[in-house]
Design a protein around this ligand. Structure first.
Ligand code: ATP
Length: 261
């Protein structure tokens, strides 16, 4: 069994206008230590998928398994990062990163929590900024701090919903590289929701394409590129072909291409 297993999940939201089917036959499997990127058309149900994995909602049908147990309620052992880093302004950067440890590792001495947070902040290039307030940092730096906070307690899985979506292109590419070096230093299992196909290939071990709503797993692509890849890999013919395939899959997902009968 993989670390994260989603089996034939179906879900519909109850709305005033009647049920709105959002997921219909979603399957996804992420082995321990792997990075899974999920792409799909706007509004297809990607954020709903993150809520299911975090245990914030239960599917109508199907199962979500995390680390050998069925997810039926909110999990503390999940790390989350969103487009908006939501750091607490009244806490320093260091104390923001420490926050999950206060919740899940209450008995850990403060000096150990500080050491752990400092180690992560140094890994993402934020050494010297530990005592700053969130508003004193740039958007990219805030997102780096938010990634540290999401993994400080060594969660079973790191769930990210468009974490780089609000950043400019250069900062975004910097963060992709930070993400890869963070993973090399401290392996974790991750589920990334993104609209950016290059990002999905650069960061992913697999890219899952969801169909239009109600979303099902339409295509799974393995990304067999070197673990120590640099941004240059995005300009190779191999990655060009992968991006081509993904673009075609997204077109199908958007329903723009009618497949031959
Ligand atoms: N709590 C809710 N109640 C009713 N409908 C909802 C609820 N949450 C989401 N939806 C609807 O379900 C559909 C899927 O939403 P979701 O946010 O999962 O999609 P998404 O793929 O993440 O979207 P985007 O790509 O735009 O971020 C959308 O049509 C949305 O309006």
């Amino acid at each position: 069994m993989s670390l994260l297993d989603i089996r034939n999940v179906r879900h519909a939201y109850r709305t005033k206008a009647g049920p709105l089917p959002v997921l219909h036959g979603l399957d996804l499997s992420v082995p321990e230590g792997e990075f899974c990127a999920v792409v799909g058309p706007s509004g297809c149900g990607k954020s709903t998928l993150t809520r299911l994995v975090a245990g914030l909602m239960r599917p109508d049908e199907g199962e979500v398994w995390l680390h050998g147990s069925k997810v039926t309620s909110p999990r503390k052992t999940v790390g989350m990062a969103f487009q908006n880093p939501v750091l607490l302004e009244w806490r320093t950067i260091l104390d923001n990163v420490i926050l999950p440890l206060e919740i899940v590792a209450g008995s850990m001495p403060r000096r150990e929590r500080v050491a752990r947070a400092e180690e992560l902040l140094a890994m993402v290039g934020l050494e010297g900024f530990e005592g700053k307030r969130p508003s004193e940092l740039s958007g990219g730096m805030r997102q780096r701090a938010s990634l540290c906070r999401a993994i400080v307690h060594k969660p079973d899985v790191l769930i990210m919903d468009e974490p780089f979506g609000a950043l400019d292109a250069f900062t975004r590419e910097d963060l992709w590289q930070t993400m890869r070096s963070l993973r090399a230093a401290e392996p974790f299992t991750a589920l990334l929701i993104t609209h950016d196909l290059r990002e999905s290939v650069f960061l992913g071990d697999q890219v899952v394409v969801l169909s239009g709503r109600p979303a099902r797993t339409q295509h799974v692509m393995r990304v067999d590129l070197p673990a120590d890849r640099t941004l240059d890999v995005l300009y190779t013919p191999e990655v060009g072909d992968m991006l081509h395939t993904l673009r075609d899959e997204i077109k199908i997902a958007q329903g723009r291409v009618v497949e031959d009968a």
